[in-house]
Design a protein around this ligand. Structure first.
Ligand code: PEP
Ligand code: CO
Length: 451
């Protein structure tokens, strides 16, 4: 039976289960005060919006749309300027137009944005200058500064996270309705990318085709510059639902449907480290009616995945569940086919997406975490091949990126080399594709989808 709508489920249901990856808050009373505040404050997003995203993802599940989920590994509290958001949105739109043309279907755009402030860690502590201190768990928990004091979890950061998310959402909504970018302008930006470098020029043919398609539409009388359908820049929000105290405090019953919705974001996902079927994260998200995702790493078994589907989408409702495979380029062809086939045979209408980042993290010579563009592409290639062999729609991609000119991932058209990593390595957590690597990726995926 579905936990969504069950009279036996409530936002505290997760408390009866083991919750992995929760911070050791030092002061329970201080935490409770903060949570009481958050319970009073309005949800950041509304049930009706989450329902609309769920319907859009239902289209993806049925092969009639494609999902682009993208953004920072961990957003920074210092990165809420209009300019920065404008750049991030611009990049996602540039990628989306290319993917729309390649896939021949609408692209549903979901940001890792307005709430991606908490991180699971492989180890609860790390050693810095000989001293063992708590690991950085994202700005909503503690500071990135590497001192014992700065790493003590501070519940006031939950309030700061809510406020940063609210500011970001306010800007996003403004851009969405303010005619920020019509299709023609986004295409012009892409042509600039294509003209500006040898790697861009590789995509001249595709960009020209898009150009001709737009010209054709204009000739048919479609006002590409002013038509509302081509000016909408709807970017849905998502983050990993890691801190269950926070998610619980923002969960409200929707008066219209009577169902519970987590009002912290439109889509919430469960990470690779917290996807135990009988764990607290699954128990929590099983009961909210938002669209949800689950990351699946190479250790995920058929039983694990069918158990998750049964628990999270017992009603087999398209758009409810997105499975995000992150197997790594070397394992995707071996590990993914059994999962895709079993889920299909059991009749779960999930969206299959590929996160080609988290299974491809490596340490560079200088000790920095990095990822090679070729591995990212290689995993995507494997994902598309596996889906094709199983006659399953490859529903989308999930990537960590930023619009800036960072040097965090190796390779790509501009060939970031190991010795370049130190130049502009600014991520607060995992290495992100930079703006040009991201466009490079979008064109490659578009070529692949068209083929
Ligand atoms: C992430 O998406 O930043 C992350 C930690 O992913 P995963 O749970 O797949 O390791
Ligand atoms: Co990450």
């Amino acid at each position: 039976m579905s936990a969504v709508g069950s009279p036996h489920w409530s936002p505290v249901a997760w408390r009866a289960h083991a919750a992995a990856q929760q911070p050791a808050w030092p002061d329970a009373a201080a935490l409770e005060r903060v949570l009481a505040t958050l319970r009073e404050w309005p949800p950041l997003v509304f049930a009706s919006e989450a329902r609309r995203l769920r319907a859009a993802l239902g289209e993806v599940a049925q092969g009639r749309a494609f999902l682009l989920q993208a953004g920072d590994c961990a957003e920074s509290f210092d990165d809420v300027s209009a300019e920065s958001l404008h750049e991030r949105l611009k990049l996602v739109l540039q990628m989306a137009i290319v993917l729309t043309y390649g896939a021949g279907v609408h692209v549903v755009k979901v940001g890792r944005i307005a709430g991606q402030y908490a991180k699971p860690r492989s180890s609860p502590t790390e050693v810095v200058d000989g001293a063992e201190i708590q690991s950085f768990r994202g700005p909503m928990v503690n500071s990135g500064i590497a001192t014992a004091e700065a790493r003590v979890p501070d519940p006031e950061r939950l309030v700061l996270g809510y406020q940063r998310a609210a500011i970001t959402l306010d800007l996003l909504r403004g851009f969405a309705t303010g005619g920020f970018a019509d299709l023609g302008r986004v295409h012009t930006w892409n042509r600039e990318f294509v003209a500006s470098s040898p790697v861009g020029r590789r995509y001249e043919g595709l960009a020209d085709e898009i150009h001709r398609a737009l010209r054709f539409m204009r000739a048919c009388g479609v006002d590409v510059e002013r038509d509302a359908r081509f000016r909408s820049v709807e970017l849905w929000t998502s983050h990993e639902a890691l801190l269950l105290d926070f998610e619980e405090a923002l969960t409200r019953r929707d008066p219209e449907s009577g169902q519970w919705y987590d009002g912290s974001a439109h889509l919430l996902w469960i990470g690779e480290r917290t996807r135990a079927v009988d764990g607290a994260h699954v128990a929590f998200l099983a009961g909210v009616a938002n669209p949800i995702g689950v990351k699946l790493g190479p250790s995920a078994s058929v039983d694990d995945v069918l158990g998750l589907c049964e628990r999270l989408d017992p009603e087999r409702s398209p758009g409810r569940l997105t499975l995000i495979a992150r197997m790594g380029a070397r394992q995707v062809r071996e590990r993914l086919p059994a999962l895709v086939n079993a889920v299909r045979a059991a009749g779960f209408p999930v969206v299959w997406a590929c996160d080609p980042m988290h299974g491809n993290t490596a340490l560079a010579g200088d000790g920095r975490k990095t990822r090679h563009f070729d591995d990212v592409l290689g995993e995507l290639e494997g994902f598309f091949d596996v889906c094709r062999a199983a006659s399953v729609w490859p529903g989308g991609i999930h990537v960590e990126l930023t619009a800036g000119d960072v040097t965090e991932c190796l390779g790509g058209g501009d060939d970031v080399r190991p010795e370049d990593l130190g130049l502009r390595y600014t991520t607060t957590c995992d290495p992100r594709l930079n703006g040009r690597q991201s466009l490079d990726l979008a064109f490659r995926v578009a070529e692949r989808l068209r083929g």
